[in-house]
Ligand binder design. Sequence first.
Ligand SMILES: Cc1cc2nc3c(=O)[nH]c(=O)nc-3n(C[C@H](O)[C@H](O)[C@H](O)COP(=O)(O)O)c2cc1C
Length: 359
Amino acid sequence: MNRLWNPIELGRVRLSNRLAMAPLTRSRAHADGTPGTLAAEYYAQRASFGLIVAEGTQPSADGQGYHGSPGLHTAEHVAGWSAVTHAVHDAGGHIFIQLMHAGRIAHPDNTPHHRQPVAPSAIAPAEKMFTQGGLKDIPSPRALSRAQIQDTVDDHARAATLAIEAGADGVEIHAANGYLIQQFLSVNANQRQDGYGGGIAQRARFALEVVEAVSAAIGADRTGIRLSPGSRFGNIDEGAERDPLYHHLVSELAKHPLAYLHLAHSGDDTLLTELRRRWPGTLILNRIDRPLQALAADIDTGLADMASVGRWALANPDLVARLRSGAALNEADPATFYGGDAHGYTDYPFMQTLLPASA
Ligand SMILES: Cc1cc2nc3c(=O)[nH]c(=O)nc-3n(C[C@H](O)[C@H](O)[C@H](O)COP(=O)(O)O)c2cc1C
């Protein structure tokens, strides 16, 4: 591992290394969406990652899908996130907040308002999800009107502005893993015929409008985006045109001087190589289930500029120091991923301080 530990400029900030903490929903926010009391400590513990991408955060009340996810659309949310960003900065780190509109991957039982989920088309994902009342079928969503699509674009821009007000270094637009933006990209979730569905350019339109609005609000150099081409999460199917869809989308994104493109990737390296060719900017690569020994490989070959990790970051607040010293790692405990208290959140141990041999 060599270039992994080199610094890198990311938009307006200089990161001390190229290892990022991937966004991880932990479902520990207060009922109103304000980050929980332990969130500042949890993220500050992980400040030695070059970049922290904080968990999926709803830009509006309707953007919430899971119980306990944080928001960025009220004054209370801004105050809660300010405590987080200040703690991370005081510990020497950098933090982008992921803006995540869950779209149809939502259940009325999980939100304070109990409204029907929204989506590009009124098509249920045919999946179940955990709710406050147990595992339930996800109900059919309501299709957004054109005016509501514009409102949703505006919600992302407003949330980005609030993220900066709260002291974040930037935001990551969540266009991956089957949530609202990927629902627009997907042929089986988007059957609109009004300029936001149909062909490739129409399906990519919502994603690009969000990028333009967020960039206009806070600057392209504080705006990142996450994609997961071909991911089937949330019963997504991008169809036979998957590759041309992502070729188009990434080429259009490349017209904006964004802080970064973050790819959640499992599998098709031919597509990955082609997307790299179309993306001249900073590329953060999250190879799902990647062995840690391979973290630096993509950076050393130039395929990616940074690597991100999810579960190892969750379980090892000092992963950077552990990897650099070859220390053993804590294993993540899936039973404490979502919801609960400090256990499995802020109590993963740091490695023992190494004593000099003479001590
Ligand atoms: C508990 C948990 C929560 C996650 N929450 C998010 C999220 O909020 N946003 C997102 O883009 N990905 C989310 N992911 C996906 C991770 O960012 C990452 O892509 C995935 O864990 C694969 O990387 P890994 O093999 O390094 O863990 C989550 C994954 C886990 C395990």
